[in-house]
Design a protein around this ligand. Structure first.
Ligand code: FES
Ligand SMILES: [Fe+2]
Length: 363
């Protein structure tokens, strides 16, 4: 991708957006699946989910069943969650702890390193034909406690894929203390890109998010485009700071909102150490599964402090406001009234995103 470090917004000369069929045509989504999603890093989990030997979780990465498991040798690995005998999905549970994985169909068993343990229906001379039948590994990398998977075996390493993003993230020192606290999903009746567009500008914040602009100092709101990601945010208004909570400096600095190509957003709100990830996963060209995961110092909702609960409520309120907007936008994308929109000069992060989509699709 052509984005190096910070992009100068004035270099952008786009005035009209990409055509609306990009949001309504099922063939576009087919191409995106092929050329974008099956080649990009996808967040699947957090190391707090797989701390102990044998701990695993399963995930669906763009239709591919995946299992991430910490081996009895303590090494974290990811595999396609598919039996090498005859394709059956191997582990059905979402999470758990096992020393041996067993296929329900003919009872093949696998060690936590993916090697075949036993194939009970292959005996005698059959045994030779299954010697090398192990689980197929999938590219996995962990940075800042976040576990990413890439379906492309030849993908650029994660750390090199997003410029200096992980350096930026590591400045939030509390992140290493966070656990995966809660995950929730929601179906949005809009194309996946509509929500990314919505996230990449804050002009609508003044109109749509009263609580957001009440808390954050919008005079200092900035959006910076970087290599395959962008960062936006501002500081908290002085009178809205969390005075009574014992917070370190990083936690006080304000709202920071990252977008990572293509469909991941990471948000850090002012207040007690926190992060949320939002993944926009296309179900079809006009339906998207939004996956929201919250990370706090506690591993369950029940243990959260009032400040942490308030923060979640705040984030969810803002999100619901956005969902309503993108669902209304999708109705207009389908209309014959217009076939393109316009970019304001404050919407350059959307231009960056759209250019990357068009480049990936070779449009
Ligand atoms: S399909 Fe898994 S053991 Fe046969
Ligand atoms: Fe918004």
């Amino acid at each position: 991708m052509a984005y190096n470090k910070v992009i100068n917004a004035t270099q952008r000369t786009f005035e009209r957006t990409m055509t609306y069929d990009m949001y309504t045509d099922p063939k576009v989504l087919e191409k995106e699946m092929d050329l974008i999603f099956s080649k990009s890093w996808q967040l699947v989990g957090h190391v707090s989910q797989v701390e102990k030997a044998g701990a695993f979780f399963t995930a669906d990465v763009m239709g591919e069943p995946i299992i991430v498991i910490r081996g009895t040798d303590e090494v974290l690995r990811a595999f396609y969650n598919v039996c090498p005998h005859r394709a059956t999905k191997l582990e059905k549970n979402e999470a758990g702890k096992k020393k041996i994985l067993q296929c329900m169909y003919h009872g093949w068993t696998f060690k936590t390193d993916g090697s075949l343990n036993r194939a009970p229906n292959f005996r005698g001379e059959d045994a030779a034909c299954v010697q090398d039948a192990c689980l197929r590994p999938v590219r996995m990398e962990v940075l800042e406690s976040l576990i990413f998977v890439n379906l492309d075996d030849n993908a650029t390493p994660l750390a090199e894929s997003y410029g200096d993003f992980f350096d930026q993230l590591s400045k939030f020192e509390f992140l290493s203390e966070l656990k995966r606290t809660h995950r929730k999903t929601r179906i949005i009746k809009a194309n996946w890109k509509a929500f990314i567009d919505n996230y990449l500008e804050c002009d609508h914040c003044h109109i749509a998010h009263p609580s957001f602009i009440d808390t954050l100092d919008m005079k200092d709101y900035q959006i910076t485009m970087c290599e395959n990601y962008s960062i936006q945010g501002t500081v908290v208004k002085p009178d809205k700071q969390y005075g009574e909570v014992d917070l370190n400096e990083a936690e006080m600095q304000g709202g920071t909102f990252f977008w990572l190509w293509p469909n991941l957003m990471l948000t850090i709100y002012p207040g007690p150490g926190n992060m949320a990830s939002i993944e926009m996963i296309p179900i079809d060209h006009e339906t998207t599964l939004a996956v929201y995961t919250y990370y706090f110092r506690e591993d369950s909702l029940e243990k959260l402090s009032q400040e942490e609960k308030d923060l979640m409520t705040f984030a969810e309120e803002v999100r619901a406001e956005d969902i309503e907007l993108v669902e209304l936008e999708q109705i207009g994308f389908r209309s014959r009234a217009f076939n393109k929109g316009r970019y304001a000069s404050s919407e350059q992060a959307i231009v960056q995103f759209h250019e990357m989509v068009l480049e990936a699709l070779d449009e």
